[in-house]
Design a protein around this ligand. Structure first.
Ligand SMILES: [Zn+2]
Length: 222
């Protein structure tokens, strides 16, 4: 795609300046050095410049608070998942019932932002796992999904992030994640397709088995 005259493909700029995109969200080491208040102050300043560059009059009643409002939204809501201290605490319980079938949580809201255009990615995540000796509090699955959504993302990485976090928390490989989402960068601009959605999946451990995967996918439809 063309952006400011530079062709980007898989995170590599045509001039060779960018590094190949990593499996982790690429963040600067200095990122955590700023407090939330400092980030809000800096983003307010820079967003004001963006608005002025677009020709907007920041003296106007309706616009004057927008830079501070956007900055606060970025830091405390939309991109709060960039701050490691916002990572949810995961509570595990003993699998006292000896539950040994797959557990599926369906239709978890995905509200993230495309890291290429900074516009929303909206959809659903479906997560499944086989418990070992521990089970996870159900709402913690939603919180893990939410944490990784609250970053500039690509759907592929989001899927892997969620699967990786669940595997780490549960100490099992038997985790599946499916995300079905609409990208507003596809719907509201560019090709302008409002109907297409993107499906991504991660199948770990027992979910690599064809029968298990089929069972999971058929239960999703039920
Ligand atoms: Zn995009």
């Amino acid at each position: 795609m063309q952006q400011n005259g530079t062709t980007h493909r898989n995170g590599i700029a045509a001039n060779g300046a960018a590094r190949i995109t990593s499996t982790e969200t690429p963040v600067l080491n200095t990122q955590q050095a700023l407090t939330d208040d400092e980030k809000i102050r800096l983003i307010t300043f820079h967003f004001s410049r963006i608005m002025e560059t677009l020709g907007l009059d920041l003296a106007d009643d309706s616009l004057c608070e927008t830079p501070a409002r956007v900055a606060k939204m970025f830091v405390t809501e939309a991109f709060r998942g960039l701050n490691e201290s916002n990572r949810p605490d995961i509570t595990l319980f003993e699998n006292g019932y000896g539950y040994s079938e797959m557990l599926i949580e369906r239709n978890i809201t995905v509200y993230s932002y495309c890291e290429h255009h900074f516009v929303p990615i909206i959809g659903k995540a479906h997560v499944a796992y086989y418990a070992g000796s521990k089970v996870i509090g159900l709402s913690k699955i939603n919180r893990i999904v939410q944490h990784y959504c609250k970053r500039p993302q690509v759907q592929e990485r989001l899927t892997e992030d969620i699967a990786g976090a669940l595997k780490e928390a549960l100490h099992v490989e038997d985790v599946a994640v499916v995300i079905d989402a609409a990208h507003l960068c596809v719907a509201s601009r560019g090709v302008g397709d409002v109907n297409s959605t993107t499906l991504t999946a991660h199948y770990g451990g027992r979910f690599r088995n064809e029968e298990t995967r089929k069972e999971f996918l058929s239960l999703l439809k039920g």
